[in-house]
Design a protein around this ligand. Sequence first.
Ligand code: BDP
Length: 334
Amino acid sequence: MKKALIVLLVLATVLGTAFAQGGSEASQKTTTLMLSEVHAEGYPTTLADREFARLVEERTNGRIKVEVYSGGTLYGQETGAIEALQIGDLAFARVSASPVASYVPKINALQMPYLYRDGEHMWKVLNGEIGQGLLADIQTSGSGLVGLAYYDAGSRNFYTKKPVKSLADMAGLKIRMQNNQMMVRMVELLGANGVTGIGPNDVYSAITQGTIDGAENNWPTYESMGDYEAAPYFLLDGHTRVPEILLASESVMKKLDPADVQIIKQVAKETQAFEIQKWAEREQASKAKVVAAGSVVTELTSAQLAEFQAKMAPLYEEYGKAYKDVITAIQNVK
Ligand code: BDP
């Protein structure tokens, strides 16, 4: 009994000291938090991460410092970063919404194939009730993740080593897909085979080594990762618009002063417009660069595109049924 009491007292003292230190030195103490990013320096999302870091440090008067690790140096695959956030090994990650849906399935409702009319439609949804509701659902679903902000990532298209000019040309191709089962199903329904488990920085070598015949992404990633040099045929089908999401770890946020968490949330929202601006500039520049380098862009006629879209009926049934109301509401946003 006595021994137990002593142990308790010692424990209380140790804990007490730890807290006291945090409290009394709070004005000078800096908490350093890490942010994982797969893209290189200069890429629109990395620029936004750095803007986020700058603003967090400024608004918390240096209490919180965010260190950005770009180029996938911390986690080469976004699912790895997401799992690190869940267990509190990492504070922030800027990821694509696609892998997020592997942990919060409802996010798929935002990125169904051929869902949006254009980018403007997507932004009305994301910044409106539906998108903001889903961003909040990331945390309330109990994923251990906090959705801070959406960023732009344009639309995704297929690119291959050999020419693909129609649906028939997709048959049997091995296409690298993000870690998301719905996206794998999408490509299967188009007649190809989806390959997962390859981080975006490894797509180029997987193409040159022949592990895959191609991949799918937006103009800036296609250009920035150098994939255009290995797979020069770009099929402009715009199958998905998958936004980027800046995520935080719920358990790391719980350890911070709630007022600082509010600052983090506010600052993240403010970086959205910054990223969208950088995105627009880079999308144009990347397209121009790959076209000048010899990439062959195939545009589909509306009849050809309709063939791709028609193939998605089973996917809407399998993956969209549970969120039919949300999907219909998205389609109805004018
Ligand atoms: C890019 C996203 C990045 C994803 C990558 C991918 O910006 O977050 O990791 O696609 O395909 O467009 O994995």
